[in-house]
Design a binder for this molecule. Structure first.
Ligand code: PEP
Ligand code: MG
Length: 583
């Protein structure tokens, strides 16, 4: 029997999953051959060079993940990665593809594919097991280069046997969106961190998930039995019968807790001393709507509209967007739905929108969110028209991501008015007055100028994920600094407190919709800082409600006051945990 192996990563979506692993290894992108004019050859060769460099960076990232590990799986994986790097330095594959672009005048991805196929053919004719293993390496590198070049989404999970647990080097948010929780039991990867959008997507799907487990790919094959614990981040491959029994008992306990929380569904979120709190849902995908209803959400505080643009090569039409939005708004009836305009950029690329934009321009500090929308106003106007049409059937608000200036909100409002005027000319009935417009407070400058933004906004929503990232200069998707990502840093808390106060003074609503809003550990502090609207993954609503129902607002206010006098995040955490323990 295969030996039991253990791996540790970050548990990002709760629950215990057990079943056969499905390892996503070398998946090839769909590559079409294009003839290119002679004067485009140099540009195509440069694309190839960039793809090679990106592949080298990706592999180095994997190497550094396993550097500290000494187990056999990590060692094996280390050898493989060394071989890949070597192949990307100077090899027949890279040289041959480069030559093909010039000789055959074809696009870089087609040149890589043709060269990989040609090398594979030579290898296949040699009857040698060592060489056969090298062939796998060449295919892996060739596929990686093709994926880097096409950047196109790939249909990854259609062939996965039902009940599998996906194991991959990395899952993007778009990959994760393709996972159907009715078909797949869980997911585990080598790269990724708790604050990135992949983690958010996994929580949205309530799919037990562990990210960032070093060495994992070297220790598991498709078909191996695997257990993942989405709370502790622990992964066991080929568990002994005894380990299996232990985890089955843990899973039963977890399910019992979930069932007992369900009893709170129709009860109000009210503190013992009578303060009411509004609990809303964050929604990434329409598939979540059942969970939103089950959790008894009072509205949708954040509809991340990126789902409409993911896993496709073109921009969805106005009609398609209306249909998608109606599928969410229709379920909510009169309960409010806050639709955020597209937040593309950084770790959420959308191929069709970034076409023609130089690589790197849409980084975390670049053309992200409202900045990209204002640089492509036709896309924003279409989105506004779709929102206005869909808004007829419910109560809709519009939220702008990554706002840093008052001017951005003003410009967006002008575009909304233009979109409305065009619809009226077309004879379409739209809401009158127009939906309210709000800004995300997720850039430190926006938080510090929340009083100014409050003058041009109808409401504000704090995005504590990005606010923490930008305040502390910690990339939320970078596992090397993930341990330093701390929303309890006094700098972050002061910005939240100031924004909440600014909204109160301007008499406009303010909510918080970052991940901390869904963690009961932070609930008392957020309420103590003046927030009364929390929006979170539907699967977190009932546990936050439980926390609210067992505490006193007066005590939370007092504890928040003590906490805000502190300068050290560790002491803040201690004061908060002590307070929570009293409940
Ligand atoms: C945030 O930044 O906190 C937020 C809610 O937005 P997103 O996670 O989609 O960037
Ligand atoms: Mg954000």
């Amino acid at each position: 029997m295969a030996k039991e192996q253990h791996f540790d990563g970050v548990g990002v979506a709760k629950g215990i999953a057990m079943g056969p692993a499905y390892v996503r290894e070398s998946w090839a992108a769909d590559v079409a051959e294009r003839h290119i004019p002679k004067n485009a050859v140099a540009k195509e060769q440069k694309r190839l060079k960039d793809a090679v460099q990106l592949a080298r960076r990706q592999i180095r990232r994997l190497q550094s993940r396993i550097a500290s590990k000494t187990n056999a799986a990590a060692e094996e994986l280390g050898f493989m990665l060394d071989a890949y790097l070597h192949m990307l330095q100077d090899s027949r594959l890279v040289r041959g593809a480069d030559q093909r672009i010039a000789d055959k005048q074809v696009n870089a991805e087609a040149a890589v594919k043709a060269e990989t196929d040609a090398i594979a053919e030579v290898f296949l004719n040699m009857d040698d097991t060592y060489i056969a293993a090298r062939l796998d390496d060449i295919l892996e590198v060739g596929n990686r280069l093709q994926r880097n070049l096409t950047k196109a989404p790939v249909k990854l999970f259609s062939a996965v046997p039902e009940g599998s647990i996906i194991v991959a080097e990395q899952l993007t948010p778009a990959d994760t969106a393709q996972l159907d929780p009715a078909m797949v039991k869980g997911a585990a990867t080598m790269l990724g961190s708790a604050e990135g959008h992949t983690a958010i997507m996994a929580r949205a799907l309530a799919l037990p998930t562990v990210l960032g487990a070093s060495g994992l790919m070297g220790g598991v094959k498709t078909g191996d039995f695997i257990i993942i614990d989405g709370s502790s981040g622990h992964i066991i491959v080929n568990p002994s019968p005894r380990t299996k029994t232990t985890f089955e008992a843990r899973r039963a306990k977890h399910l019992k807790e979930v069932r007992s929380l369900n009893r709170l569904r129709n009860l109000p979120a009210i503190t013992r001393d009578g303060s009411e709190v509004v609990l809303e849902a964050n929604v990434e995908l329409p598939i979540e709507m059942d969970m939103v209803m089950q959790a008894g959400a009072e509205g949708i505080g954040l509809l991340r509209s990126e789902f409409m643009f993911m896993n496709r090569d073109d921009v969805p039409s106005e009609d398609e967007q209306v249909e998608s939005l109606r599928s969410v708004i229709g379920v909510m009836g009169k309960r409010p739905v806050t639709i955020r305009t597209l937040d593309v950029g950084a770790e959420k690329p959308v191929a069709a929108l970034l076409n023609g934009i130089e690589e790197g321009a849409a980084s975390n500090l670049g053309l992200r969110g409202i900045r990209l929308s204002l640089a492509q106003t036709d896309v924003l106007e279409t989105q506004f028209r779709a929102i206005l049409r869909a808004a007829n059937s419910g109560t809709v608000r519009i939220l702008l991501p990554m706002v840093s200036t008052v001017g951005e909100v003003r410009k967006a409002r002008e575009i909304l008015k233009k979109a409305a005027a065009r619809l009226i000319r077309r004879g379409v009935v739209i809401p009158d007055p127009l939906p309210q417009i709000g800004a995300m407070i997720e850039v430190p400058g926006a938080a510090l100028a929340a009083d100014a933004l409050a003058q041009v906004c109808d409401f504000l929503a704090i995005g504590s994920n990005d606010l923490t990232m930008y305040t502390l200069a910690i990339d939320r998707g970078n596992e090397h600094v993930a341990h330093m990502f701390d929303p309890l840093h006094p700098g972050v808390l002061r910005l939240i407190q100031f924004a909440a106060g600014a909204a109160l003074r301007a008499r406009i609503p303010i909510s918080i919709c970052g991940e901390m809003a869904g963690d009961p550990r932070y609930t008392a502090l957020l309420l103590g800082l003046g927030l009364r609207e929390l929006s979170m993954a539907p699967s977190n609503i009932l546990q936050v409600k439980k926390r609210i129902r067992e505490m006193d607002m007066a005590a939370a206010n007092h504890r928040a006051g003590v906490i805000m006098d502190q300068v050290d995040a560790g002491r803040i955490a201690m004061l908060l945990d002590d307070f929570n323990a009293l409940a």
